[in-house]
Every structure is written in structure tokens, then in C-alpha cells.
Design a protein. Sequence first.
Length: 565
Amino acid sequence: MDDTSIILFALHIAGAAALLIWSVRLLRTGVERAFSVQLRTFLRRSNANRVQATISGALAALCLQSATAVAVLVSNFATKGGVGLLAGMAILLGADIGSAIVSQILLVRQDFLIPLLLLIGVFLFLRSARNEARQFGRMMIGVGLIFVSLDMIRAATGPLIGSAETSIVMSYLANDLVTSFIIGALFAWAVHSSVAAVLFFVTLTAQGLLPPNGAAAMVLGANAGGAVLAYVLTLGAPLTARRMVTANVVLRGGGAVVVLMALSQNQSDLSWLGADASRQIINLHLAFNVGLAIVCLPVLGWIASATIAFTPERDDTSLLMQRSALDPATLGQPARALSCTAREVLKMGEETETMLRTSIALFDVWDAPTAKAITQKADHVGTLHTDIKSFLAQLDHEHLSEVQREKAGELASIALNLETAAAAISRGLVAQAGEMQAEGLAFSESGWSDLMEFHDRVLSNSQLALSVLMTGAPDAARQLLHAKDKVRKAEAKLQERHLARLRDSISASFETSRIHQDVLRTLKSINAAFATIGQPIAARSGDLLTSRLSTKSKTSTASTAPLRN
């Protein structure tokens, strides 16, 4: 193979791998944008026992195409007490199984599927008025492009079959399983998707390029790499959330190492997993995760106790205090000064989101130190807002460009709304929870479920808002404002359900009626405060109409009138 051929081969493989990674992400994005609230509600409710939790984790991973995404979701629930450690670990074991099933499904190869999926997907995405239909179209496009990328890999690797140089490299991988394992883990880490990594390895195996044993080691490595990825993504979460992800790293990573050791002792015996090499590898991926769940579920209680024992609570008072990003030395450089301000506003958003995530647990179990910590954090958010206003006021606005003046105004407005949200959490939610505790009240079972779901919807939107603040993506800003409208409708629906409980003479609903309705209104106002982050971005992209975000912004002409709150 000459130098030109090598370059072309590398280019084709890199392009096919990039398309595969993007396609998996496109599919997951469609699911998250259309059904994230429903998935979060389903997961939160599915922790009654470890078997049910495992099944729910598998179903969630089937929808999200990612065990990592499920791990991040469940860690959020654990932070506010919605999911216990044992149930959380069971959900993650199930998510690993679901991710393996996804790989099986996406290897289905039918020639008519690609044009059919792309045709229907593009039509739905471009022509549908409803967001759910548009996102379903996005999902179909993602699946179609996954099939296209796998065909590209097959076409690019075809000329290598039978090559002497290829045989030498593949023979080395077959004999050095540790190196293959590390390559698999690093590849899954790099592409942020064990599904994409496994599909890539299995496709190369089907082409005869990867030897079965080397591919098996890579797939095991991809399992370990996927577990470590989830751990890194949740490093900033509280210890209660990190414990289940840490346990999953030990179980999944350790199990992969054990199977690798067994494989190295009997390198040629994979025939029991399937008739051909590619089928053996993909079945090994599924068998490993199913087997891990079967082995671990009966002793999950012991594993949970051991996890708590090895990850004790630590006193964080010795940690370094965060310093302000508002550097006075940048005041003479408007671009840098505004960048510093944006960092400080993001810090406000993160602290407010942390308060929101923690506050809901106070209605279930009152904890005075937590309530005090939330109040102190609200005071800190207020201080940050004052500092931001003072910093922006010191800028020489006469020498700012029009774009810079507009940016400064947007940051000041967002900071004000974030302080409003923080105050609503401290003076509203915390105070309401304290009132319930003082009077010895408790919500009805259905009323509490409604509040948990509504809080989770608002929390999801707050996290989306922070993402919009960081990226400035118009599509995400449009989604954020759609979510604001959904929250308004959901709040009205939940108020009606509360009134229905009152008509049914449910005593707990009568006792907590005022507080229940106040909590709904407070959460709605918090959501509105976060949603303002998306307004200027949507305005610049022409997505704001007279009073609400148009559901047909892709197909109709946008008005220039601003969105009213």
C-alpha cells in the first residue's frame, strides 16, 4: 500500500468513525429533547426493588443509547434523595445491559432501512410543528446515519482484507490482549460512547481485520472505559451521587479485567457465543453485562455497605475558597472583562442550580443544617450579583461597541434573574418546607409525587439553561423557551389535579393545600428566571414571536416583536 493509499484509508476510516460518533450523539439528543422529562420521571419511580430498578435502567439506556447518560441522570436523583444507593447501582447495572442491547439492534443490516429512515426522518424534522415529532425525526436520521457510517467502515476496510501488513498488526493484537484492552478503553473514552466503540470494533471484526480475541479484549476495554467516563462526568456531584457511579466503575471495570484474564487463558474458545467472529464479539458484550448483573444483584446490599464504608463523608472546610473571576485589571479590555463577567454569572447559575436540586428533599425530611446551607448560598448568590453589577458599572460604556453594550446588558439581566431564583428558593421553598415541619404536615402520596415530578422538570430546565449560557447555541435556547411554555401548562394541570384531590376529600391535601400551591408557583417562577437566559439568543436567531416561542419557527417567518414574560 503506497503513501497516498494509506492517507486515503486513514481519511475514510476517520470520517466514518466521526460520522458514527456524531450519529449516536444525534440519536441521543433527539431522545433527550423529546422525552427527557418522561425518562427522568420513569427512572425516579422505578426504584421499588433491585429487579425493577435494573429493568428500568435497561429501558432508559435503550432510549438514550447511552449507559453514561443514565448514570448522570441517576446521580442527579441521588443528590436530592430520589434514588437510594442500592437502587441506583441496580439501575446502572441495567443501563449497561440496555447499552449492550442497543449495540445488537444497531448492527441489523437491511438495504431498504437507510433511505427509508433518512426520508421519513428529514420530512418529520423539517415539516413537523410539534417538537416531539421533530425530535423523533432527528432520532430516525441518527439511526440512518449510523447505518451509513458502518457501511463506510466496511467499504474503507475492504481493500485491507488479505494484506500482509494488516495480518502482522492483527496478529499482534490477538496475542497482546492487554494492549487491545487499553486501546478499547481509550477509544471509548475518546468518543464518549461505549456503543459507538463497540459498533466500530465489531464492524472491523466482521471485515476480518480484527482477530476475535483482540476484538473481545477491545470490547471489554470499552466497557471499562465507559464506566470510567461516567465517573469523571459526576466528579463534581455530592458524595451520595458519586458512590453508585464509583461502585459501577469497580464492578464493570473489575469484571472486565476478570473476563480478560479468563480469555487470555483460553484464547481460541469463543465459538459458544456465535457462528461467526462478529456475532461472537457482539454477543460477548451482551453476555458480559447480563452476567455481571446476575452475579451482582443478589449481593448488592453487601456491595452498597462496602461502598459506604470505603467512601466516608469528608470535612470539606479545608478546601480552597473560590476566587472571583471579576478581575479589575481587565476593565480596560472590554472583551476580556465581559468574558470574566460571563464566568461569574455562570458561577451564580451553578450555585442556584445546586440550591434548587437540594431544596426539594427538605419537604420529605427536614434537615436544619441543609436549610441553613441553602440560605447561606442564597446570600452568596446575592453578593455575586452585587459584585457583577458593580463591575459592569465600572466599564467605560462610551467606548464599548454596540455588541458589547448589548452583551453587558444581557449579563446584568441574567444575573438579576438568577438572584431572583436563588431568593425564591431560600425565602420560598425552604420557608415552605420549614412551615410544614413546624406544623407536622405531610403531602398526600399523589401530591408529593406531583411536586417531585414538577421539581424534576424545572431542575432539568435549569441545567439546560446553564448549558445555553455556556454555549450560546440557538437550538438549545429555542428548546429552553419551549420548555418554559411546557412548565406553564404542567403547572396549570397540576393545580387542577390538586383541586381534584380536594374534591375527593383527601385530608392531607386539605392540610397542605396552600403550601402545595405555593410550591408549584414558586417552582414556576424559578423556571421562568432560568428561561430568560435563552431569550436574547433566540431573539438574535429570529425565533421570538409576539408573545411565545413559535412552535413553527423552522417553517414560518419570525416576527420581530419580543417575547413577553
